[in-house]
Design a binder for this molecule. Sequence first.
Ligand code: TIU
Length: 220
Amino acid sequence: MPSIGAAPYAFDLRPAAAALLIIDMQRDFLEPGGFGAVLGNDVARLRGAIAPTRAVLEAARAAAMLVIHTREGHRPDLADLPPAKRRRGNLPIGIGDPGPMGRILVRGEPGHDIVPELAPIAGEPVIDKPGKGAFHATDLEAILRGRAIAQLIVCGVTTEVCVNTTVREANDRGFDCLVLEDCTGSYFPEFHAAGLAMIRAQGGIFGWVAPSARLLAALS
Ligand code: TIU
């Protein structure tokens, strides 16, 4: 069983029981003109996570590890968009409105797609999620249980929003989460640091945190 140096203590990886979960690496969050930019954020802050996540994705594929991708977004008729989520922020352009990459956070639109560097391949489930957490209103848990997955290697954006929400949901469902710090990102450096600190605090109250190089070494 490979032992991965992590905080707050070593993570014992069981590759056959582990899945790589890549959260919301979508053009709407990582490229100009999407939801992240509409919220007033500098999307360049997230792009540093793409290359390390790509390396982890290739290693997971080589190790025949289950890879799951998520996308935050809504039905074109917006029937699954809570009015509160739509209203939030009093934005001039919000979810469902036309933007430079199509309708913001709407399934099937270019901006909703995963960035090309991390595009899913055949056999990798893609979870379309209407919320911040990947377990809310999705079949993620059924897919994981069906494959006897107990450990999640977590990458994606943003650290304090969809990554943290998902890790907390996973933790309450009994999954062990290892979050790869350089494969996550936030528009706010201080929230990135705090989001990772909150996961590993109190003896790993929500999970473990490690640099991706440690996982790559364990898988090689
Ligand atoms: N705004 C922000 O930081 N994040 C989101 O809205 N969604 C995700 O984190 N995926």
